[in-house]
Write a protein that binds this ligand. Structure first.
Ligand SMILES: [Zn+2]
Length: 239
């Protein structure tokens, strides 16, 4: 597939940046966007990053994004945002959740939008569903388009649950139906051997400690760096 992906709004700290709550929309949308683009490319798709970090205002930002999007022939336009307006600062134990917008009910992006919504809901976010709205980017982009409001920046429950990598994986799954999962190491899986057991070893038998298996190299590199930081003599191998 050929796909345009962009994070909404100007970058944080500038005019016309996104919503600010416990986390900042412009910053997180860019983190999710970068992870989504990395995974889509790793799966062999052609992806164009149409994010605009600086424009003179809201309308200029939208116009520039649409111009970048329409400069490419693509199958899908994906706009990544985080929502606000929940105003749940203390945390009521419930997320406000995810919603995905398409231009109208006959949008060719609708089925994809439903899958993205469901995939994000599976992470534990309330599914607010796919909605139709004439947002500027949805109306003016040539290809089928969807706008993902991942979760709410001003809901403590949403923010506690939010993980950039998981969010990106859910979006990629919605688009491609391919699940990319960075395995988490499970430290409690095996009991720790006693000194006696470890002392007697078989020379031909080697024991490998794995910290995880990743399909995206940069996540493997990040895990390797983390292990080294903890003083572990870890190496990365291709499997
Ligand atoms: Zn937004």
């Amino acid at each position: 597939m050929r796909i345009n992906v962009h994070a909404g709004h100007n970058a944080d700290g500038r005019i016309a940046c996104g919503a600010i709550g416990f986390i900042r929309e412009s910053t997180e949308a860019r983190r999710v966007k970068d992870a989504v683009i990395g995974m889509l490319r790793q799966l062999g798709h052609t992806v164009y990053d149409c994010t605009v970090d600086y424009a003179s205002g809201v309308n200029d930002n939208l116009r520039k994004i649409v111009a970048l999007c329409n400069a490419h022939e693509v199958d899908l336009d994906v706009s990544i945002h985080l929502n606000s307006g929940a105003n749940d600062t203390s945390g009521n134990g419930k997320t406000t959740g995810v919603e995905v917008y398409v231009y109208n009910p006959s949008s060719k992006a609708k089925a994809c939008a439903e899958r993205v919504c469901q995939a994000i809901a599976r992470l534990g976010f309330r599914n607010r569903g796919v909605k139709c709205k004439g947002f500027y980017v949805l109306k003016n982009t040539k290809a089928p388009a969807m706008l993902v409001e991942c979760c709410f920046v001003d809901d403590r429950d949403d923010v506690q649950l939010y993980d950039c990598q998981e969010m990106a994986e859910a979006i990629v799954f919605g688009i491609t139906r391919v699940q990319i999962t960075a395995e988490q190491p499970d430290a409690d899986q095996e009991p720790v051997a006693s000194e006696e057991e470890t002392a007697v070893g078989d020379k031909d038998l080697k024991y490998q400690i794995r910290l995880g298996t990743y399909t995206v190299k940069k996540y493997a590199e990040a895990k390797l760096a983390e292990a080294k930081e903890k003083g572990l003599d870890a190496i990365m191998v291709k499997v």
